[in-house]
Design a protein around this ligand. Structure first.
Ligand code: SF4
Length: 340
């Protein structure tokens, strides 16, 4: 039986984002800059990560509170060994209707088939450029965009529903919007352009680096005939458009210019097993891992999850100003712990 709960702002809980590792094989400046995450950086030891059994138990309890969707994030989730074993268990949980994975795509050829066989069907690939040189400068690992495009082709060929996410930074990769739209339009793959946000502590964000949805759209309309698409459901985070000629959809995610906190139904579990009600949380989250390891029952866990949700009042993006950004500087949870 599902118990419907709401947070302080009346938002139900629908989505759970599980970060399965804090490691990544890229060093993108806005997430894990190489100056900070260098060779001597100490990542979480194995016993600090939630085990798969713990994640499954958490997911089962959240399903009883109304969670229907689970998204696997990182770091880079494909670096977590035997991830297919987690997927195989999550797909069986009663009430969970949808499981997605967000990845940089580099290891899809290596692990894609196992994940598909385990029951995963939806993958979001984060790819911020299609030009090899621009992409190499972004990932700081000398990885070419064409390498990721091949991995995407492979994932599509084995049956995955793939979407591509692009974080757009002014003067860094905004010149990639048109060529990427052109490429993925012909591939019949949905691409979403995301306004650059001040996630984590190390991404050097300020308002001047944001390309707004309106600016992206007017750029796009100079090259393509597009029409808006009606939202599929209330609270859909992307504004969707369709290419007039072949009907392929693309999205613009207005995380800064038109925030969507009022419909944010996401709970997050960081790679070190803490609960967060918001991507921009500053206070250290409740330590679910320690709580579970102290021997609590499922009922106690459920009561704890309820209590955590019922006091949630996060709406950071709604309130974002120069001042709130300055106030939170250096205090947020880093993105490699909490996913995007
Ligand atoms: S800022 Fe926080 S509350 Fe608002 S949409 Fe983002 S994660 Fe949700």
């Amino acid at each position: 039986m599902v118990e419907q709960i709401k947070d302080k702002l009346g938002r139900p809980i629908r989505d759970l984002r599980l970060s399965v590792t804090d490691r990544c094989n890229f060093r993108c400046d806005y997430c894990m800059p190489k100056e900070i995450f260098g060779d001597d950086y100490v990542f979480l030891p194995k016993d600090e990560l939630l085990t798969f059994d713990e994640m499954v138990r958490i997911s089962k309890v959240y399903a009883r509170l109304g969670v229907k969707k689970i998204r696997i994030t990182g770091g880079e989730p494909l670096l977590r060994r035997n991830l297919d074993q987690l997927i195989a268990q999550l797909v069986q949980i009663e009430g969970i209707e949808d499981i997605g994975l967000t990845t940089n795509g580099l290891l899809l050829k290596k692990h894609g088939q196992k994940l598909y066989d385990a029951g995963l069907r939806r993958i979001n690939v984060s790819l911020d450029a299609i030009d090899n040189e621009v992409f190499k400068a972004l990932n700081n690992r000398n990885i070419k965009a064409t390498t990721i495009l091949e991995q995407i082709d492979y994932a599509v060929s084995i049956g995955f529903d793939v979407k591509v996410n692009v974080v757009v930074q002014k003067g860094v990769n905004d010149d990639q919007i048109i060529p990427m739209l052109e490429y993925f339009k012909h591939k019949d793959i949905e691409i979403r352009f995301i306004e650059f946000m001040d996630v984590g502590n190390d991404n050097g964000w300020d308002f001047s680096k944001v390309v707004s949805k309106d600016d992206m759209l007017s750029m796009i309309e100079q090259h393509f005939e597009v029409t808006p698409v009606e939202p599929k459901y209330f609270g859909e985070v992307a504004k969707y458009y369709r290419h007039e000629d072949n009907g392929v959809k693309f999205g613009l995610i207005t995380s800064v210019s038109q925030s969507f906190c009022s419909t944010c139904t996401r709970a997050r579990l960081s790679s070190d097993g803490k609960f967060y009600g918001c991507l921009f949380a500053t206070v250290d989250g409740f330590n679910v891992k320690e709580f579970m390891r102290s021997g609590v029952t499922d009922e106690e866990l459920l009561e704890q999850f309820k209590a955590l949700w019922q006091v949630r009042d996060d709406r950071y993006s709604d309130e974002r100003t120069e001042q709130t950004v300055a106030n939170r500087r250096r205090k947020k949870i880093n993105m490699n712990y909490i996913g995007g």
